[in-house]
Design a protein around this ligand. Structure first.
Ligand SMILES: [Zn+2]
Length: 318
């Protein structure tokens, strides 16, 4: 069985139920704890390490379903999609990933970074992924082009203090208990390790029934209360909120795929220019409380920030 993970990462894997070590067999990983005896299959070299007692995901479903193919696009649709302007201009994520990469390389020669919820690359992620010294462990609860290991982030199947950094981009809204997920991120980070998190605020439901929570800037800060803040702020601002709202407003009149495609294209042509106002508005206190999404870069600490300390960092304007 050829794993998609190198041996030094396989040694860090733990049972998602009891956190004991795992024995690697031909087609599965087996928990060494005699009271647990959890068995976890391997699909196409990717371990499926899910604690089903605490997860919405079932191992059998993941095993049975093949990786979803890219949706078929007609030539016309593909050409239009490439020609039409985009609605988002995410310059901040790229900047943040460059900062995170610098921090990680100052910390270790070959830092190890866990990506939680990364079956596809998020905006700006290539800055981190292209740094040859950084060893990525890319995970998700489902198969995808970048998934190396499948788990539910409520039970991260890694040993304590095992990675130098954790990235979770646009994922925390889509887990039932984001506070538990961040506790898990804190546990697997080495002392002084770095976290990068992004989460939506004024953002429509995009994951159907699996879309649970939105965060204000300070809500996100409080979620990461056991971390020292290095930087935080809006990642996409009020201009992006407006352009996406107008686009969704237009598309909501569609009754079928064809009119949806036409209205979506029209929305991109009509409204795309609004996104550039984020260069002006992203950090303004008067616009800060209406951002599409916020980010947080932090360093693992054993002490928790108090709520009084957190509210003292409010950056908006009532
Ligand atoms: Zn176990």
């Amino acid at each position: 069985m050829a794993f998609s993970l190198p041996n030094n990462i396989l040694e860090l894997l733990r049972c998602p139920i009891c956190r004991s070590r795992l024995d690697i067999h031909d087609q599965e990983l087996v928990c060494r704890n005699g009271d647990c005896r959890g068995r976890f299959p391997i699909k196409d070299g990717r371990p499926i390490l899910i604690n089903e007692q605490n997860s919405l995901f079932k191992i059998a479903d993941i095993q049975q379903n093949d990786e979803p193919p890219a949706p078929p696009r007609s030539r016309l649709r593909a050409a239009l999609g490439d020609m039409l302007p985009h609605l988002t201009n995410n310059f901040r994520s790229k900047h943040n990933y460059a900062r995170l990469t610098g921090l990680l390389l100052e910390r270790a020669v070959e830092p190890r970074v866990l990506v939680v919820g990364g079956r596809v690359s998020g905006a700006g992620f290539e800055v981190l992924a292209d740094a040859p010294q950084i060893q990525l462990i890319e995970s998700d609860a489902s198969l995808g082009p970048r998934t190396q290991i499948i788990f539910d982030a409520h039970d991260i199947p890694l040993a304590d203090d095992s990675v130098d950094g954790v990235v979770t981009q646009a994922m925390l809204s889509y887990v039932a208990d984001p506070w538990r997920v961040v506790d898990e991120i804190h546990r697997v980070l080495r002392p002084g390790g770095y976290v990068y998190g992004e989460a939506g605020f004024v953002h429509r439901v995009t994951e159907g029934a699996y879309d649970f929570t939105r965060f204000t800037h300070l809500g996100l800060r409080r979620l990461f209360r056991c971390f020292d803040e290095i930087d935080s702020g809006a990642v996409l601002g009020q201009a992006t909120v407006l352009v996406w709202s107008l686009h969704h407003f237009l598309v909501s009149f569609a009754r079928g795929n064809r009119t949806r495609m036409i209205l979506s294209g029209a929305g991109r042509l009509l409204f795309h220019w609004i996104k550039y106002f984020d260069h002006l508005l992203l950090d303004r206190p008067s616009a800060f409380d209406n951002a599409l999404a916020y980010y947080f870069i932090g360093q693992k600490n054993l002490n928790s920030r108090s709520d009084a300390e957190i509210i003292a960092t409010y950056q908006g304007q009532l």
